[in-house]
Write a protein that binds this ligand. Sequence first.
Ligand code: 2HG
Ligand code: ZN
Length: 463
Amino acid sequence: MSDHLLAELIRCLPDLRLLTAPADLEHYGRDWTRRWTPAPLAIALPASIEEVQQIMRWANAQRVAIVPSGGRTGLSGGAVAARGELVLSLERMNRVLDFSPVDRTLTVQPGVTLQALQDAACGHGLFYPVDFAARGSCSIGGNIATNAGGIRVIRYGNTREWIAGLKVVAGNGELLELNRGLIKNSSGYDFRQLLVGSEGTLGIVVEATLKLTDPPPPSQVMLLALPDMAALMQVFALFRARLTLQAFEFFTEQALRHVLAHGAQRAIEGDHPYYVVTEFDAIDEPAREAALAAFEHAVEQGWVSDGVLAQSEAQAAALWRLREGITESLAAHRPYKNDVSVRISAVPAFLQEMQALLLREYPQVEVIWFGHIGDGNLHINVLRPDGLDEPTFIAQCEHVTKLLAATLQRHGGSISAEHGIGLVKLAYLESTRSAAEIALMRGVRQAFDPHGILNPGKLFAAL
Ligand code: 2HG
Ligand code: ZN
């Protein structure tokens, strides 16, 4: 059967690059989640929009499921192919196509990495501000599919804010040109924004026009040690009122220990339960003095017990590494991940309730907290205890996630702040989106992809 399908694909697209070696199926069939065993039919690496369209026509005719694939750095299983799907990798479509100095936009193919996009913007004296640790390997197509957030959302918003236009091959193979870089376009439904965050279920992004902005002013990076969790939001309120923040991130001593074990250097002596890395504009001497004054005030209030202000770019990078190195330092433990958000005003009450819940439900388990607390976004990584088999561990974590989802619902939060629903959070979508919304989502999906070809089983299951 699969031989017949592939023979037909090759007949339709004789020049298509196709991989079927077991190592390739394994490599392209998974993302950074490690829960599913990859089992794709094959890997297609198209080089043009036309090839993507032809693949989609073949898939519709043969009713073969397609898993769109970027850098596969996702953490929710959105790019997993474990059920005989064709992986459609955009890896070869990785060129920067156009820069418009007047529009201040870059037009790129979807396989361009975030880092390459940032560098290209910089080369034109401008700035692409979405940023996070996977910048070197994630692709802009994947960033768009998950509405990626990261460490500068507090200042610049999510990927969504930076999309001026998209070319998309819909599930039915039609090429759609969405918004064409227009700033003002009040002409009905904005399908461009519908595609952002759609997790490869509506269409495949084959070209993106990104907005750029002015490079940020000179900044400073500070690491703060905090005595307790309540101080987190107090320091945040103080710093946000007095400084112009570019980032405000937190992590715990437990998280830090893992990063240190991976070669980072401790920047503040002693054992403090919570840390914040913050970056803020430091344009002139008064701005730098304001930062020190804010720090001193926080110390006087007892909200901060110690701090370091980076004195060089190298030291700033070392402080950032303490936060950005967390995911990698935990990877070997194959943690169970939650990625949740609430409104900033709801953070203190939610944190308190969540801490009580996690302490009660995970008495013997190491739970690592960190995240973009200034955006109300918290990452929880639960580490599997030695000797506990993975299915039992996951079942335990699913039980706790159910309780967490109920807590989030009470606080009006989201079960997925920035990583997407994918496969990992399918069961919890209803805690964040109403039945009426999910019914509409199904209708939209059906309209874009009538045969259910695109990423089936992800985001929500077929009826
Ligand atoms: C981050 O903020 C990423 O570092 C990864 O979103 C979070 O590993 C995680 O849970
Ligand atoms: Zn994050």
